[in-house]
Ligand binder design. Structure first.
Ligand SMILES: [Zn+2]
Ligand SMILES: [Zn+2]
Length: 445
């Protein structure tokens, strides 16, 4: 073995060893065998903040992609995926700045931000056209190794009948057209299968997540839970039309999350579903509740490198949380407890709710009744025992000790600080911690 190769091997061995130390606390003398997963930044691992759902002028967003990417970089995000509808920004495309969604406002801002030779224009039939920059060009302009990364994305924008089925593919390599299907479930499964096939063919990890299930009330918990290979969905989406909280006859996304978790773990024998927060931003020129503005939801991923492979591997391992403003220093889960530590802001208080489902909870869906007293097709509600608040803690640290009958426990942290530009008026800043399997859940050792 050459010295360089030997050194590389030693370094990667050291990296693996330190990762193992971090991830597995192993045996502690007083507690018997406790295997804990500690999510905390250290020499090897860092929290990376990213948004993986955003739109630009390549589809129905109202700004140029480089302006959007620059905004996210300047706000301290580490990675961004522009995910336009059924398109990749990898070919020559021109737009009319007088007529596109951004209009004169976006065009003036672009020219002011990039005065020197960046903006490419031409004249067609007496009007000006601007070339939309490609993913490659924007990456070359804005990527900073270890500091900011653009990741290629597509919102596979599908539907079954009049029900929207939108799925984001992050780190996609070639555009996937929406594949449709004979039901909402099948539509999701077909698109997931196509993403998995592309990932296997290209050797690139691709993360697929179900977007805004309540947009047009397109996707139910019962549809989503059965999709094989889909382990991520948006519990918080920043666009005003997505009905995160549901209504009288539709469950909110967090209720859906608990139903999916309980049913998957106890009945379907499928993996945990993870919760994602994302902006789904479309409007970049005026902050308003009616607009889909950036800065409303993101993910914090604990990874060893700012590259798509590491970010996606970390997410597949559940090493991330979702946020609309609250930052966490640490999340520790073991077969005994789930604990977290908040990066507290001055003058702000935090309430942590541990939410879970206990063994024995009735997981039977009961038909929802419409105003006419008849069951609404395909709509079910569940016992309050599914997704119960098990404990509430106030303070910068919170811990929940398993009682023995929890299938899973997750945590939601709510700050006393109102979100400056929220999804819905009156929303406080929050963070959502991924579920930990409890003592009554399936063990995977
Ligand atoms: Zn969508
Ligand atoms: Zn979208």
């Amino acid at each position: 073995m050459k010295y360089q190769a030997f050194r590389r091997a030693l370094l990667s061995l050291a990296a693996i060893a330190s990762l193992l130390v971090v991830l597995s606390l192993g045996r502690t003398p007083d507690e018997g065998t406790v295997t804990a997963t500690m999510l905390q930044a250290d020499g090897q691992l860092r929290w990376y903040r990213g948004n993986i759902h955003t739109h630009s002028l390549w589809s129905d967003g109202d700004d140029y992609p480089e302006m959007i990417a620059l905004w996210y970089r300047e706000q301290g995000y580490d990675f961004l995926s522009l995910s336009d509808h059924n398109i990749l920004s990898n070919f020559e495309r021109w737009t009319n700045p007088a007529k596109n969604k951004g209009g004169a406002t976006a065009y003036d801002k672009l020219k002011k931000q990039f005065p020197d030779n960046w903006v490419e224009e031409r004249t067609v039939d007496d009007h000006t056209e601007v070339r939309l920059k490609t993913f490659q060009e924007i990456s070359e302009l804005l990527n900073i190794p270890g500091r900011f990364l653009m990741v290629q994305g597509e919102e596979i924008t599908d539907r079954f009948k009049n029900l929207p089925v939108h799925m984001n593919a992050t780190n996609i390599q070639e555009q996937i057209p929406p594949l449709g299907g004979d039901s909402v479930y099948e539509t999701m499964q077909n698109n997931v299968n196509a993403v998995i096939a592309q990932s296997e063919r290209t050797g690139q990890p691709i993360l697929i997540h179900l977007n805004h299930p309540n947009y047009g009330y397109g996707v139910t918990a019962e549809d989503l839970m059965r999709v094989h290979g889909e382990n991520f969905f948006e519990i918080h989406n920043g666009a005003p039309a997505v009905a995160n909280y549901g209504d009288e006859t539709h469950l909110g996304t967090e209720q859906m999350w608990d139903i999916i978790l309980a049913k998957r773990l106890m009945e379907l024998h499928m993996p945990v579903m993870y919760g994602v927060a994302a902006d789904d931003a479309h409007n970049y020129h005026q902050d308003a509740a009616r607009n889909a503005n950036p800065g409303r939801g993101w993910i914090m991923v604990l990874a060893d490198k700012l590259v798509p492979e590491s970010l996606i591997a970390a997410m597949n391992a559940g090493r991330f949380y979702a946020s609309s403003g609250v930052t966490l220093n640490q999340v520790v889960s073991s077969d005994k407890s789930l604990s977290l530590e908040i990066q507290a802001e001055e003058g702000v208080t935090y309430t942590t709710e541990f939410v879970g489902t206990r063994k024995g909870a009735d997981l039977t869906g009961m038909p929802m009744m419409g105003a006419d007293g008849k069951p609404i097709e395909g709509r079910f509600r569940y016992s309050k025992d599914v997704g119960q608040v098990l404990k509430t803690v106030t303070g910068n640290k919170a811990s929940y000790t398993f009682q023995g009958d929890e299938i899973y426990v997750r945590a939601r942290v709510t700050s006393s600080k109102l979100h400056p530009n929220p999804y819905a008026k009156g929303d406080y800043e929050q963070a959502w911690v991924q579920p930990a399997i409890g003592p009554a859940g399936p063990r995977n050792e």
